[in-house]
Design a protein around this ligand. Structure first.
Ligand code: AMP
Ligand code: MN
Ligand code: MN
Length: 340
């Protein structure tokens, strides 16, 4: 049973095989993920970095935003994070591998440098396709619960061994992208792979404690503020939360501490779409979209220049908090009303 579940789907296997010729010992490889890296980005990067090192390549992490402190436990002396050098760290590499991104613009300040890069660019991702992927060579599979599942498959197809550190990184990606193995992407295969990771030595309680029970007090205080902004339109099943530009500083917390806040809006009975508006303070608002039913928030977020998955998407929208909220809430009401 579990052997069948672990079989790598044929198309995915073929895509992974096309990466192999690029993974030549001695090559210097930059690994990158989306701005404000999450557990999947950090987990996929650290797992792949250690795998590539074991294969004789020289990987370095080059992200558009600094490594999130909550995932420091995934780093170590054997992982080289050159993010602080910015796009200079992309100049002297032989290969780029972009993880957990379908749209090059999610590389933020690195976008232009990556567009201009002439070395081969590989993409490993589980988002819905975008118009401009970060590179032409893509292992993209939306049926994967996390990019970490695809990195696990890279190792499986190429016959690379997994150690406990790699397994912890992959588990982090799968645990966080499935909301603790609760969202609809928690497939039988996801749990079969997670079971393999436990068998490699991952301690699930230790992972839970590090990821979900090591928050600064400010995170809970910030959450209290944000939850106080809750608005619910029961007539269409829409719930939304908002946050001003100074809230992070006021509570001395970081963007990574916002992960999961939108789930509180999604948890309300009757909610079909949940939104979280975060005023970035420079004329842009980050919007998180979540769906509980058949509403496709990837398609909805695309109307605003964003994207993601059918049930979880994001967009960066220009305007004041009030303007953006009015526009998006109006459009969401119209969409949900039409679906009744
Ligand atoms: P978030 O609301 O930031 O947790 O993001 C939810 C999902 O949407 C994640 O899979 C993100 O990778 C994706 N996403 C977030 N922001 C954007 C954006 N500006 N453009 C495209 N996809 C996004
Ligand atoms: Mn991600
Ligand atoms: Mn992901």
């Amino acid at each position: 049973m579990s052997a069948d579940l672990l079989a790598v789907p044929a198309a995915r296997r073929a895509a992974i095989a096309s990466l192999a010729p690029h993974l030549v010992p001695g090559r210097r490889v930059a690994l990158s993920t989306h701005l404000n890296a999450d557990g999947d980005g950090c987990g996929s990067e650290t797992a792949l970095a250690r795998m590539l090192t074991a294969q004789g390549l020289t990987p370095r992490i080059v992200n558009p935003t600094p490594w999130p402190e909550m995932f420091d436990f995934l780093l170590g002396d054997d992982v080289d994070d050159q993010t602080a050098r910015g796009s200079k760290a992309l100049r002297d590499v032989d290969l780029l591998i972009v993880l957990d991104i379908s749209d090059v613009k999610r590389l933020g300040v690195l976008t232009e440098a990556v567009r201009a890069l002439t070395v081969p660019k590989l993409v490993i991702d589980h988002h819905i396709d975008s118009d401009e992927p970060a590179g032409p060579i893509v292992v993209a599979d939306t049926s994967a619960c996390a990019t970490a599942e695809l990195v696990y498959d890279v190792a499986a197809v190429l016959g690379w061994p997994l150690n406990a550190a790699m397994a912890r990184s992959l588990y982090t990606g799968m645990l966080t992208d499935t909301g603790g193995f609760r969202f609809s992407n928690t497939t039988p295969r996801c749990l079969a792979v997670a079971a393999q990771l436990l068998a490699c030595g991952v301690d699930p309680e230790d992972m839970y404690t590090r990821i979900y029970a090591s928050a600064p007090a400010g995170r809970v205080r910030l959450m209290a503020d944000v939850l106080g902004t809750l608005q619910v339109d029961e007539s269409v099943g829409l719930s939304w939360l908002s946050m001003g530009p100074d809230a992070l500083d006021r509570h001395n917390v970081r963007a990574e501490d916002l992960d999961g806040i939108v789930e509180h809006a999604r948890s309300i009975a009757g909610t079909r779409m949940a939104l979280f508006f975060r005023d970035l303070g420079h004329g842009k608002v980050k919007v998180s979209f979540r769906s509980t039913g058949r509403t496709d928030v990837n398609a909805f977020a695309r109307q605003f220049g964003g994207g993601g998955h059918a049930k979880a998407a994001g967009a960066l929208i220009t305007g004041s908090l009030g303007e953006v909220r009015d526009r998006v809430v109006d459009a969401a009401r119209t969409l949900l009303a039409a679906q009744e």
